[in-house]
Design a protein around this ligand. Structure first.
Ligand SMILES: O=C(O)CCC(=O)C(=O)O
Length: 275
């Protein structure tokens, strides 16, 4: 899949894109099975009792089939169309969500540096867990940012529940649909119950200038296993996604590994010397 010029412009202008049925029914089933296997065996899913969110790191990194999402032509076309074909894959999170997530951006970079690819694994509607976004709120000059409006306080401020914030839209979805959004975009969800299945891939532009490299360092000092003091056994990623990678996949992993290992040398993968 290649993004059209209109889709690229839409993303730049509104900060998100929703692609219905990016995956076939068979692929979607495999993805759901892969997610369930990963959260059950590596992500604490067996203990989920619905009282709070269960979350684990690197949801696509624990089995070869899930790792291969990073080789999928449609995923690469989508992310590449937004961030450039040499984008960096920078992990993500897998969740059984409980309750609302409320409005927030994931970053405040003031530029298109990072994007989140969101996989929702259950049918979701406006009042039952679907992703809400405020189009354009990734822009530093958006009124919410300029006037520092507390969107979650909209009932007290404007007499409207946050889920109905003026100008927000809802991306209702079915499994197989994909949403991608700029980390700076305000997003939320409401009413999703106590076991809403969702996982993400976070990706950034490949850093090419000293300024980009500094931004990448800042990004990875927070949004990475080291940033969360999470030991993967291989530093930036869980080993399977590295060990099953061909050269094309490695292109998306190398720079984050390099920077992460500089920032968190104590977590880097140990190289076993022969003999
Ligand atoms: O609740 C949701 O679906 C939004 C998830 C979210 O806030 C995030 O991944 O940053």
């Amino acid at each position: 899949m290649q993004l059209s010029e209109e889709q690229k412009k839409f993303f730049q202008t509104f900060g998100y894109l929703a692609i219905p049925q990016l995956f076939s029914e068979a692929e979607t089933e495999q993805i759901i099975d892969g997610f369930e296997w990963s959260i059950q065996n590596c992500g604490g899913g067996k203990e989920h009792d619905g009282t709070s969110r269960t979350m684990f790191g690197g949801p696509i990194e624990h089995s070869p089939e899930m790792c291969a999402l990073l080789d999928h032509p449609s995923i690469k076309g989508l992310i590449g169309g937004v961030l450039g074909e040499d984008f960096n894959y920078c992990s993500g999170d897998g969740n059984y969500y409980t309750g609302d997530t409320n409005w927030h951006p994931d970053g405040n970079w003031g530029q298109l540096f990072a994007a989140k690819i969101a996989f929702y694994l259950d049918p979701l509607t406006h009042k039952a867990g679907a992703l809400h976004v405020i189009p354009g709120s990734h822009r530093p000059d958006h009124f919410i940012r300029r006037e520092r409006i507390d969107v979650n306080n909209s009932m007290a401020l404007f007499g409207l529940p946050p889920s109905e914030f003026p100008g927000s839209i809802v991306i209702e979805s079915n499994p197989g649909d994909i949403a991608i959004f700029n980390h700076d975009l305000y997003h939320a969800s409401f009413g999703g119950g106590s076991r809403r299945r969702m996982f993400t891939m976070n990706c950034t532009r490949h850093a090419k200038t000293p300024e980009d490299l500094e931004t990448a360092r800042q990004y990875l000092s927070i949004h990475s296993p080291g940033g969360y003091n999470n030991k993967t056994g291989a530093g930036m990623f869980y080993p399977t996604i590295i060990d099953t990678a061909d050269d094309e996949r490695l292109m998306h992993l190398r720079q984050p590994i390099e920077i992460h290992d500089q920032l968190f040398p104590h977590l880097a993968r140990e190289v076993v010397q022969p003999g």
